[in-house]
Design a protein around this ligand. Structure first.
Ligand code: AMP
Length: 279
């Protein structure tokens, strides 16, 4: 595996792979890798000739009061994990390489970026869409891999690719969970033992709502109410939102539809957790 820190080197390597007719699979991440990330890398390994992983904690997607400075990092451990999944290229640019000047060009995906996470984290998805567009132009992938864990992010990226006619196939893979159901996340490392135990309530709430749905409760309001009540049984959990949305537009669903997803976001202590389940 080759570790590269410059855009120019990555672009010229990507160009030469393409000239040789090789398929490039790409997994963008912010590092502190866990099994969720590794599942994307393994799928990329299975489906492509070349696997590129990027690790870049992207400042433009963090709000001024968010956790950019304390975001967990483990360069050495991450490198070993990438190597063990058979990645070919690890792209780890510094902030100055990605943003040599104060950024003035942004990609905005309207509407879908404004709801849910976007309403609570203004500018977040603009930062995400911008960095992913930049990374696509650097890595030149045929296919890029994302996790359903960040459901709204996947919708933003799919719509960006469609809206800008980017020639990249977007693959979305299922959420990888801890044995007790908690969705894996780099941010889980912030949780103390009590918070970690309480955090399992999110998946319990999602699963219960899904079971009710499958058993015949189709009304979004009822399902949301049940999920919220379960989360609030953990007194430390502060619910940001419990919402049922259309899978494509992420617009709120009030009458039962076919393609619905239940999303939750809640804070425990200083940590914000998100999760979702398809109904
Ligand atoms: P991040 O490093 O948090 O920016 O995540 C990088 C990629 O890994 C994103 O596409 C995430 O959706 C995906 N990812 C994060 N956590 C999980 C998980 N538990 N299961 C599957 N994919 C995940």
């Amino acid at each position: 595996m080759k570790t590269i820190t410059t855009i120019a080197d990555t672009q010229s390597l990507a160009e030469s792979f393409r000239r040789e007719g090789k398929r490039i699979g790409f997994v963008p991440t912010m590092g502190f890798l866990h099994e969720g990330h590794l599942s994307l890398m393994r799928r990329a390994r299975d489906e492509n000739d070349i696997v590129v992983v990027s690790i870049f904690v992207n400042p433009t997607q963090f709000g001024p009061k968010e956790d950019l400075d304390r975001y967990p990092r483990d360069a050495e451990g991450d490198r070993n994990k990438c190597e063990s999944t058979g990645a070919d290229i690890l792209f780890t640019p510094g902030v100055k390489e990605m943003y040599p000047e104060k950024p003035e060009v942004f990609v905005t995906v309207e509407d879908v970026s404004d709801r849910l996470e976007g309403a609570i984290r203004p500018g977040h998805f603009r930062g995400v869409a911008t960095v992913v567009a930049k990374l696509f132009h650097i890595v030149k992938p045929h296919r890029a891999y994302f996790g359903q864990k960040d459901f709204q992010q996947c919708a933003v990226i799919r719509r960006m690719v469609k809206g800008l006619n980017l020639d990249v196939d977007v693959a979305v893979l299922p959420t990888v969970r801890e044995p007790d159901g908690l969705a894996m996340s780099s941010r889980n490392s912030y949780l103390n033992a009590d918070e970690r135990r309480a955090a399992t309530v999110l998946f319990r709430a999602l699963s219960t709502a899904r079971t009710l749905f499958l058993e015949g409760t189709k009304t979004p309001e009822k399902l949301k109410k049940t999920a919220k009540r379960i989360i609030e049984e953990e007194p430390e959990m502060i619910v940001d939102y419990v919402e049922i949305v259309d899978r494509e537009t992420l617009a709120q669903v009030t009458t039962p539809g076919r393609e619905m997803t239940l999303l939750v976001a809640a804070k425990i202590g200083k940590t914000r957790l998100i999760d979702n389940i398809m109904l």
